[in-house]
Ligand binder design. Sequence first.
Ligand code: UDX
Length: 443
Amino acid sequence: RLLKVKIAIVGTGYVGLVSAVCFAEKGSRVICVDNNEEKIKQLNKGIMPIYENDLEDMLNKNKCSKRLEFTTDLEYAVQKSDIIIIAVGTPMLPNGHADLSQVESVTENIAKFMNEYKIIVNKSTVPVGTQKKVIKLIRDNQINEYDFDVVSNPEFLREGTAIYDTMHGDRIVIGTDNERARKIMTKLYANFNQSIILTSPENAEMIKYAANAFLATKISFINEIANICEIVGADVQEIAKIIGMDKRISPEFLSAGIGFGGACFPKDTKALIKFTEGFGYDFKIVKSVIEVNENQKTKPIEKLTNALSCVKGRTIGILGLAFKPNTDDTRESPAITIINDIQKLGGKIKAYDPIVKDIDKIKFDNIEYVDTAYDAVKDVDAVILVTEWDEFKQLDLKKVIKLMKGNIFIDGRNIYKYTKMFKLGYEYYCIGKKDSQYYKKSR
Ligand code: UDX
């Protein structure tokens, strides 16, 4: 059964594209708008601007069945739609605040093009109070005084599993004080078969920041436990598994590693601090979460410099550039810190990632980018595993050590067993466990 709602989605980034495809899949007609002509041209040809599981197939299927179209014409999209979803970027300004300029300019244009009652939905991550600002901006910019409502509807999708997360989320949050908007939004999401939480706009905006900050806190917390485990000879994976058996803690998001990256956690935690500082609040926990995360990204270098007396002139193989598996996103990836630090120490880099192929996305000078994981380890003095791609879990580790010049292997994501690595002859370092040096000494 097709819902006859027409939706315009402004912004064809991760959130916009994935939402568009999912609404279309659930039967709505969706018009995607972006002011980037090249992107729209490519999307009309079925070429994806991002790598995301299932996106291409679902997008092309819904495009063929005419439930999905792409345009640069915002006026057309606004006038043809009942619901207009804002899904543009809110990148971080140099001062840490969220940059709302795209949200604002899109809102002004929506206001100008309105031709009847519309619901304007904000999906972009924005500071609390933005819904009220959007209402004011629309009022100030409308040519005719059409009725409208503004709803805050944050998303919780993860890159790499974005379609799955949208279709099978834990909850759908709809923030509005208005009964008419509440009814239309509830109907829009009715066949997503997820808990629909109706709340105030301020709550909805705060929920997004609170959720991301809490998840980031879990990661920094377990990373600190990992650092302590290394000192006292305990095993962080075992600790995480067992504390996670307590339902109040849960085993999710307790993988120690080399810190979080990506488009959300680093930006949203900083924006939360800045936004709360604006009214004089000192958000101490989140500040520490960021500090711990920055420090965690330097762990592989600490281990490398301990293992190699001198990095200068040595070649280091980097496995993985994306901030996490199943994405081609390198934004705030720990790989950036690691590569920069090695280069500063005078080391050379050979790097491989299964999906990050576009050298422009990596934005590094003087790195040798190779086509396979085995090429990345060939003749290198040490290997640093940055991203826990499945492909790396299946590597022939006997072959790897034969190809390497040295035997130092720094596993930033704890994907191998140190006993096995030690038997194979590696000097193996991981996160939050007895590493091979310790293992050797304690035997
Ligand atoms: C995150 C949130 O999960 C999502 O709900 C929100 O909408 C956007 O931000 P995303 O950034 O795509 O999603 O990825 P996620 O899977 O959450 O991982 C974020 C980072 O945390 C990655 O760098 C990952 O490596 C790291 N991480 C995650 C850990 O280091 N340990 C963990 O246990 C989990």
